[in-house]
Design a protein around this ligand. Structure first.
Ligand code: 6PG
Length: 461
């Protein structure tokens, strides 16, 4: 009898199955696509069993069965649950490891509960390589069931610098997929921040691809020690197969998306979360499709300040912190709205290795939230407050220069605006309230006494 089962054996499913096997657990694999099962069969040994039917798969597993479903999010997950249900026993554990929408996971969690089946919605990050060598895992749902699968998940997960597995129980219902959705919103934001810095490096600092690659590689040793720095350096120096050029110069500048970042924005709007940088990153992808391409290439002929590269590094470091801060801010609001007791240090820890947004800064975030510390905003923490004070002059200078050069910086500018707002007690929303009361008698609160007020506005004729 096998200890674990994986349904769906495309790249992610296959690699996760091999990861489980490589960590000493026996595993069965099944896919409705026979070719995928055949591909897994090439690795067959006493611990890895390819199976060719639903029945053979389910019957090969020890009870309670532990099944990871690694297929395309959406309808296929419901169809798979429908197929599996009659074959399962009460107490069996299903884990959906796809990028499912948390609303679907909430529903499936309760539907499965009615059948006595434990359902875990698990965010998986790290792409192909992570799946094989150690992904970051974000499981949410049934805690009791999580305990049953924890030894396997901990073995397969990436390990942070302290050797801790990048997985821990997130919370009930769809909270695991919610955390993955927030991970992806942050992913979109930081990727867009990198793109804007790249744009300034090439158009304002006039650096070559190889020079830019070296700059990102250097930041990866210090200021922005992050997987995205590492891969940016690699992407920029890659030569093309088809021309003598760098491949980056021939990649069409239209960004695709499957939408998990968009979902974060949708729920952010629902919750009223001020996730401006994530919003700008999502919209920047839309903009990349919407530009008419009729304009002229921007060329900046101004002087290049001596401290430009240094300031870009500091600006990127601070903007990266803002992306995380907005992610954690939305998590806090979701925890209250959905009644989930989220553990922020554990979430930060589970992102420290294996996932796309992994970076040295996550350790500082883990510390900021340690010992049950409640922060409305990450920048209330001393370390991040200091980072803000040290780096904000650089971010201001970068935005100023970008504005002069006519280069759009939606996420870097949004980061600056966010930082200029969060500790600002005199934002001008009083005028909005006055206008609302003027045209619609919507009433307002006062800053000097309790109660709700309406003014009979004097209209000059
Ligand atoms: C990960 C990623 C991954 C995601 C891709 C593509 O954590 O491994 O988030 O799950 O699917 O990054 O996302 P987009 O197609 O939306 O850019």
């Amino acid at each position: 009898m096998q200890q674990f089962g994986v349904i769906g054996l495309s790249v992610m499913g296959k690699n996760l199955a091999l990861n489980v096997r490589n960590n000493g657990f026996s595993v069965s694999g099944f896919s409705i696509d026979k070719k995928e099962v055949d591909a897994l069969a090439e690795y067959q040994d006493e611990k890895l069993k390819p199976t060719y039917s639903w029945e053979e798969f389910v019957n090969s597993l020890e009870k309670p069965r532990k099944i990871l479903i690694q297929i395309m999010a959406g309808k296929p997950v419901d169809e798979t649950l429908h197929k599996l249900l009659p074959l399962l026993d009460k107490g069996d554990i299903l884990i959906d490891g796809g990028n499912s929408n948390f609303h679907d996971t909430n529903r499936r969690f309760h539907e499965m509960q009615e059948h006595g089946i434990h359902f875990i919605g698990m965010g998986v990050s790290g792409g192909e390589e992570g799946a094989l060598k150690g992904p970051a895992l974000m499981p949410g749902g049934d805690e009791e069931a999580y305990r049953e699968v924890a030894p396997i998940l901990e073995a397969m997960a990436a390990k942070n610098d302290d050797g801790q597995p990048c997985v821990s129980f997130i919370g009930p219902e769809g909270s695991g997929h919610y955390v993955k959705m927030v991970h992806n919103g942050i992913e979109y934001a930081i990727m867009q921040e990198f793109s804007e810095v790249y744009d300034l490096l090439r158009k304002v600092a006039r650096k070559s691809n190889d020079e830019m690659s070296a700059i990102f590689a250097d930041w990866n040793q210090g200021l922005v020690k992050a997987y995205l720095s590492e891969i940016t350096a690699a992407v920029l120096k890659q030569k093309d197969d088809l021309t003598p050029d760098h491949v980056i110069d021939h990649i069409l500048n239209v960004a695709s998306y499957k939408g998990t970042g968009n979902w974060m924005l949708e729920d952010g709007v629902h919750l009223g979360a001020p996730i401006s940088v994530i919003a700008e990153a999502v919209i920047a992808r839309f903009m990349s499709k919407a530009t008419t391409r009729e304009g002229q290439e921007i060329s900046w002929n101004g002087d290049v300040p001596d401290d430009l590269i240094e300031n870009l590094g500091l600006a990127l470091q601070l903007s990266q912190a803002v992306a995380y801060a907005q992610g954690f801010q939305q998590l806090g609001m979701a925890a209250t709205a959905y009644n989930w007791a989220l553990r922020y240090p554990a979430i930060a820890q589970s992102w420290e290795a294996g996932c796309i947004i992994r970076s040295a800064m996550l350790k500082d975030i883990e510390k900021a939230f340690a010992d049950g510390k409640q922060l409305d905003n990450l920048f209330q923490d001393q370390y991040f407050k200091q980072l803000l004070e040290t780096n904000i002059p650089a971010l201001r200078k970068v935005i100023e220069l970008a504005t002069q050069a006519g280069i759009p910086t939606p996420t870097l500018s949004a980061s600056l605006n966010y930082l200029e707002s969060i500790f600002n007690p005199s934002l001008p929303a009083n005028l909005i309230q006055g206008q609302r009361d003027y045209f619609g008698a919507h009433t307002y609160f006062r800053n000097d006494r309790e109660g709700v007020y309406h003014t009979e506005w004097y209209e000059e004729k």
